[in-house]
Design a protein around this ligand. Structure first.
Ligand code: S3P
Length: 172
């Protein structure tokens, strides 16, 4: 495990940050959240970055970050839901990283994000339709890059975390 990064991918609201923090506590490894990292570096919230500079600029920042993280080792990395849109990102993250895909449904995403308005891609009306369309478009990519797929819909947080830990421990 020391040689590898543990990388969490998956749709918005699938629990990447929460699960990543738990894994980081358990393994006493540094936790990196790509969205947090970008927000701190840019000195503004993701929603402001999208508003001021557009999505493309944000994606450039993601790409720079993934390049930087490819040489890191032994970190727990939680990624933004759109990270898989760029092949370069995933090539970099896969370099020395084990990829866990947190698989969820549109219904669960809506439930998890019902009090959350921070995601620029889900603003406005028809949130469910937006989630469904994006999820459909991205699912093949999440599946393509996953080393392990973890269904997070029907399980408790505790169960999901312990399942991921058991896979990591088996790998040692
Ligand atoms: C995005 C997901 C967000 C954030 C940005 C774009 C996406 O991260 O990177 O709003 O394209 O799916 P989370 O998956 O952590 O919500």
């Amino acid at each position: 495990m020391n040689k590898y990064n543990i990388v969490l991918i998956g749709f918005m609201g699938s629990g990447k940050t929460t699960i990543g923090k738990r894994l980081s506590l358990h393994y006493k490894k540094e936790f990196i959240d790509t969205d947090d990292f970008i927000e701190k570096k840019e000195g503004m919230k993701i929603s402001e970055i999208f508003q001021k500079y557009g999505e493309e600029y944000f994606r450039e920042k993601e790409e720079e970050l993934c390049e930087r993280f490819s040489i890191k080792k032994s970190k727990i990395i939680s990624t933004g839901g759109g990270i898989i849109k760029n092949t370069k990102n995933m090539d970099n993250l896969k370099e020395g990283g084990i990829i866990f895909y947190l698989q969820t449904t549109a219904e669960k995403v809506i439930e998890n994000l019902k009090n959350d308005n921070t995601r620029p891609l889900l603003q406005g009306d028809n949130k469910y339709e937006k989630v469904k369309a994006l999820l459909e478009e991205r699912t093949p990519l999440y599946e393509k890059y996953a080393d392990h797929t973890i269904n997070v819909c029907d399980s408790s947080l505790e169960y999901t975390v312990s399942l991921i830990e058991s896979i990591i421990d088996d790998f040692k």
